[in-house]
Design a protein around this ligand. Structure first.
Ligand code: PLP
Length: 434
């Protein structure tokens, strides 16, 4: 028999309001007791191989000793000081390192505490970039179908309402333009025409480069980003890459912009920035953008300042995470994961109801025609000893880059087994109905 649920679970569950959950009907959350490597140990003793890396953050696996040590040391020195009037070594060092890693002159790093807020900052930067130069009316953005940029108001407004996260808030949101990515001749022509018509009211273009994550793990190629860069240049628009998901190796290179060979004017980073330990985000601007704020006029300053901006513990974790990218073969590990995912998910193509199987870097996706019972599917994965969170019509893996090949095989094997079993059950039911 399984252990009873722990006291803290029973006592707290009536009070914690969980994300994206219909609290009345959602399946009870699993009680996590501890983590290590690519494993989540539940309070009842079960151990799950983690296929999600905690919403794509834990790139070095859980509890990496180097990150843990850096945070512990920092906790003794300075846990946090405000960045108003003060600065500390960890934030300054991290800013320097990010500027050195990013391509082109993406040299100016503004810290915040979550991906959504870093997107808000990027949007404000872009709008004020124009205002500071006396250009009024350039306040809108072009974003793309399938895109997701976060859950705060500005970030919702540049996300595709069609993907279902923000439908209820339509009336609240500022109106921007959500159009097709220029992925073929027709959509490229439409994109060009759109810019011709609207450039004067636009501050910029925002896109998740190479992979649209929460919108369904949809991939596009570098040519699309080159078209965006060319369009932005032709019409003097700022190009914003939201690398909150794609940054730090996920697509196979350190940043998707590098992989694509396209340098944006502003980039947003979060998630794996701290190796999945503490909340931190960064909005990084190129010199041209920063220079538009450089002035004797105090009203030209960027008016944004999260209380926990550049938190010292989070910056220490991020610096330690970057050490690991330098010292350990993360990008090679991603390449090995990509090969294993491509090989081991390929047989899913032969299962009925599967419309696509795709992989890029450490992202593996099996897309179904539809998922009828999402909760049931999620439960089946737990029964198989893996933590996999299908959403929409996809089952996907975004494991830690340090995952052992055996654990990765358990994840892909579980997908094959669960989706195969699902197909079998459907076929059985179909026969019975006939
Ligand atoms: C591309 C992208 N942008 C922004 C966000 C929002 O980040 P956060 O959840 O940290 O606010 C996410 C989160 O999934 C994301 O994938």
């Amino acid at each position: 028999m399984r252990n009873p649920r722990p006291h803290w679970y029973e006592a707290g569950l009536d009070h914690i309001w969980l994300p994206y959950a219909q609290m009345k009907t959602a399946a009870s959350p699993l009680a996590a007791a501890r983590t290590y490597g690519s494993r989540i140990v539940l309070d009842d003793g079960r151990e799950l191989v983690d296929g999600v890396a905690s919403w794509w953050t834990a790139c070095h696996g859980y509890n990496h000793p180097h990150v843990a040590m850096a945070v512990a040391l920092q906790l003794e020195r300075i846990p946090h000081v405000m960045l108003g009037g003060l600065v500390h070594e960890q934030a300054a060092t991290l800013a320097r390192r990010l500027a050195a890693m990013l391509p082109g002159d993406l040299d100016h790093v503004f810290f915040s505490e979550s991906g959504s807020v870093s997107v808000e900052v990027a949007l404000k930067m872009a709008v004020q970039y124009w205002l500071n130069q006396g250009r009024r009316g350039r306040t809108r953005f072009v974003a793309f179908k399938g895109g997701y940029h976060g859950d705060t108001t500005g970030a919702m407004a540049v996300s595709d309402p069609g993907i279902g996260f923000h439908t209820e808030f339509k009336g609240l949101l500022p109106a921007h333009f959500v159009i097709d990515l220029p992925h073929d001749e027709e959509s490229t022509a439409a994109f060009e025409r759109f810019l011709e018509r609207h450039a004067d009211e636009l501050a910029g273009i925002i896109v998740e480069p190479l992979v649209q994550g929460a919108g369904g793990m949809r991939f596009h190629d570098a040519e699309v980003l080159r078209r965006l860069r060319a369009g932005a240049d032709r019409h003097e628009l700022l190009l914003i890459f939201d690398e909150i998901f794609t940054g730090f190796g996920r697509t196979g290179e350190m940043f998707a912009c590098e992989a694509a060979g396209v340098v944006p004017d502003i980039v947003t980073l979060s998630k794996a920035l701290t190796g999945g330990t503490l909340p931190l985000a960064a909005t990084v601007a190129c010199a041209k953008v920063f220079d538009a704020f450089w002035s004797d006029d105090p009203t030209h300053a960027l008016m944004h300042g999260p209380t926990y901006a550049g938190n010292a513990l989070a910056c220490a974790a991020a610096n330690a995470s970057l050490d690991l990218f330098e010292r350990e073969p993360r990008i090679e590990q991603v390449a090995a994961i990509e090969n294993a995912l491509a090989r081991d998910l390929a047989p899913c193509r032969d299962l009925p109801g599967i419309v696509d199987v795709r992989t890029k870097g450490a992202i593996g996706v099996v897309e179904l025609a539809k998922i009828d019972d999402l909760a049931g599917l999620r439960r089946r994965f737990v029964e198989e000893g893996v933590f996999v969170r299908p959403f929409g019509s996809i089952v996907y893996l975004t494991p830690a880059f340090t995952i052992e090949p055996e654990d990765l095989a358990l994840l892909t094997g579980a997908i094959m087994k669960v989706l195969g079993g699902k197909a079998e059950k459907k076929a059985r039911k179909g026969k019975q109905a006939k």
